[in-house]
Design a protein around this ligand. Sequence first.
Ligand code: NAP
Length: 250
Amino acid sequence: MGNKNLVLVAGATGGVGQLVVSKLLERNMSVLALTRNRDKANQMFDSRVEIAVGDLRYPNTLTEVTKGATQIICCTGTTAFPSTRWDFVNIFNAQNTPQEVDAKGVKNLVEAADKNLDRFVFISSCGVLRKNNFPFNILNAFGVLDAKLEGETVIKASGLPYTIIRPARLIDGPYTSYDLNSLLKAKTDGKKAVVIGTGDTLNGETSRIDVANACVACLDYDTTINKTFEIINSGERPTKINWEQLFSQI
Ligand SMILES: NC(=O)c1ccc[n+]([C@@H]2O[C@H](COP(=O)([O-])OP(=O)(O)OC[C@H]3O[C@@H](n4cnc5c(N)ncnc54)[C@H](OP(=O)(O)O)[C@@H]3O)[C@@H](O)[C@H]2O)c1
């Protein structure tokens, strides 16, 4: 995978998003970081990546941004429960809720994507198929799992080659106080092995580092095209994660 690739990372300033950007840069891939806040992204990425300003809730901010992107990795998200992150109201006076970001926003991004896109990688969530079971019924009190599932459905129906990654409760980071150089130097790796599953049966925790690893590694393997999988950390971590073998299970 070389420099002909331009990877659009939506939610690039978030916990997983920052790690995705740093892992793409390690591979010398060109990155376009999508953010609502140019100053925040400039400070974080230190001119190492191109920055585009856009808001998933406004389709017209996405049209230009998606042009030329060969892959999109969508790491956007908001809080599952009401918080100050919801306070970012749009012109229709809608808050930045899961329904606006994970459902409508993802739909807008899918619709703006180049029809020849090589891959649309989406971070969803464990529990989307178990919304009535504890603890997911609590997590879904304000509709975050409904919205993630809506996002998944739109992606699957789009005809774009996709990979949907469903982590469990995220641990490690977000590294919001780090700059990119610290992230690159950190070379942190999750402390436990990676376990991948299908059919939404896994429970546990997932390192943001391994979610980012999976987002980038899946681009190397056609076996992950049009696949959906869960990812958690459990057991003793091997010296090197064998993504090819893990992905062969899906
Ligand atoms: N937390 C968990 O336990 C958990 C569990 C399962 C799945 N997930 C999912 O995992 C992913 C990564 O989580 P994280 O905690 O690393 O993310 P995060 O730190 O909360 O970052 C989310 C990013 O989304 C961007 N964003 C929010 N609203 C937006 C909008 N309207 N338009 C464009 N961008 C917007 C923000 O970027 P700007 O402010 O720069 O625009 C922010 O950096 C998310 O999809 C989350 O839903 C989380």
